[in-house]
Design a protein around this ligand. Structure first.
Ligand code: DQA
Length: 148
């Protein structure tokens, strides 16, 4: 299957950005291990990061046009603000898992609300970069169940 991994604003700074919260791995490190994992599971992975809301929306539209089977998304700060990205996911009906490196429930109150959690297949937070790997594993199983 084809799986798109989307990352929102400031995640290009992973590794240097508040490593106590977000870990020392870079986004490239995360991409490399996900690509390896996807290859082993027999999936094609498309990885994308942007600091711009519209670029993430365009990627979701493109994913729909290209028949992408599943999305793993860390909307970063857009988690707490973006009705537009939520609407893109609702419009395209692509199943997705929401991932956060940090435990958003153990931080400022404004991070506890997500525009995505109620429409996500699942939500993973607080497990660092491992969260993406767990999401990919879960996506693999969800896709398998779908074809059974
Ligand atoms: C984040 C959590 C968000 O609250 C924050 O704005 C981010 C990263 C995370 O992965 O922990 O940029 O999505």
């Amino acid at each position: 299957a084809t799986i798109t991994v989307l990352n929102g604003p400031n995640l290009n700074l992973l590794g240097v950005r508040e490593p106590g919260l977000y870990g020392s791995k870079t986004l490239q490190d995360i991409q490399d291990s996900l690509e390896q994992q996807a290859g082993q599971l027999g999936h094609r992975l498309h990885f994308f990061q942007s600091n711009a809301e519209h670029a993430i929306i365009e990627q979701i539209h493109q994913a729909y046009a290209q028949g992408v089977d599943f999305i793993i998304i860390n909307p970063a700060a857009f988690t707490h603000t973006s009705v537009a990205i939520r609407d893109a996911l609702l419009a395209t009906k692509i199943a997705f898992i929401e991932v956060h490196l940090s435990n958003v429930h153990a931080r400022e109150a404004f991070r506890r609300h997500s525009y995505f959690s109620d429409i996500a297949d699942g939500v993973i937070c607080g497990l660092g970069a491992r969260g993406y790997e767990l999401a990919l594993q879960a996506a693999h199983q969800i896709l398998q169940e779908r074809t059974q």
